[in-house]
Unconditional design. Structure first.
Length: 304
């Protein structure tokens, strides 16, 4: 109930994009009907009057908005989830509601949009099929615009985040005192390298990143002088055990299911598709940041 109340409270914000997308459905339907009106079909100009076109367009807007509201309240459909299963259910619901609205308007139109000599079971089926196809075309066109828009906004968001991260890193670097020496290694921890409790010492500031090889094996990259070395760690809990070892140090964070990084070593962020990757000092390897950890890493890297 609390979730439904929260969704209802956020509905106005969610609907700001949807009215625009519903207009795309209306324009699509209007163009198709105007093409029918100007075609060589007998009496098409009489049956497809401008009032009918306006009625279909209003029905497209209303059903798209209503379907979006129901989808959002029922299973949390948002524009960002247009490519997920919520988007598929929204598409089916929009098509069903729009086709029923079109069929109702078609029933009020003498002779229907499709020219029929007599109203029998076959002609009724034709009316339903024609209106279902019209609704499906309108919803498909609208959905393609939605997905394209979502992808464009996601790319813009990632690029903006990369710019923010790079700007913050540049400001921090410029604020350092000239000739400032290396960080003093006062944070040294013991890491179990295998199940036999063999340990190795490593300074937290020297830790670059850790990469999950499989469920039991992890490769830890760390700096030793001017070189970057790799330590292989064998443990039943894999990368989770290594994350636990660094639990007291906020600069070591999980950025991906397969990676831990030292955010103090991040020098640059670049967009790669719908996520961003990080360049770390001490390695040429770009570290991916999964969508699950994007917000957390972004806040840590842009904190002043």
């Amino acid at each position: 109930m609390a979730t439904l109340s929260k969704r209802w409270g956020n509905l106005a914000g969610e609907m700001k994009y949807r009215l625009g997308y519903s207009l795309i459905s209306a324009v699509t339907v209007g163009i198709i009907l105007l093409l029918i009106r100007n075609s060589d079909m007998p009496s098409a100009d009489e049956q497809v009057s401008m009032a009918v076109v306006a009625g279909y367009c209003m029905a497209a807007i209303a059903t798209t908005c209503v379907a979006d509201v129901i989808s959002y309240l029922a299973f949390g459909f948002t524009i960002r989830r247009a490519c997920a299963w919520q988007g598929l259910l929204n598409l089916l619901l929009s098509t069903a509601m729009m086709s029923m609205a079109f069929a109702y308007i078609d029933g009020l139109t003498p002779g229907g949009i499709i020219v029929i000599d007599r109203l029998d079971s076959n002609s009724v089926a034709q009316l339903w099929i024609a209106n279902c196809l019209l609704a499906l075309i309108a919803v498909t066109v609208t959905t393609s615009f939605v997905r394209s828009s979502v992808k464009h906004r996601e790319i813009s968001r990632i690029e903006d985040r990369c710019a923010d991260i790079n700007s913050c890193i540049a400001r921090r670097n410029s604020a350092k005192a000239p000739g400032q020496g290396p960080i003093i290694m006062d944070q040294i921890i013991n890491i179990e390298t295998d199940d036999r409790h063999h340990t190795s010492e490593i300074a937290v500031c020297d830790m670059v990143y850790a990469r999950r090889i499989d469920n039991r094996h992890v490769s830890l990259a760390y700096c030793f002088g001017s070189k970057t070395c790799h330590m292989k760690i064998v443990h039943d809990n894999g990368i989770a055990s290594l994350q636990l070892a660094f639990a007291n140090y906020s600069q070591v964070m999980r950025c991906h299911n397969n990676y831990l990084i030292n955010i103090d070593r991040v020098t640059h962020a670049v967009r790669n598709g719908n996520h961003y990757e990080l360049q770390l000092r001490g390695t040429r390897h770009l570290i991916p940041v999964s969508s699950k950890h994007q917000d957390e890493i972004y806040k840590a890297l842009t904190a002043e």
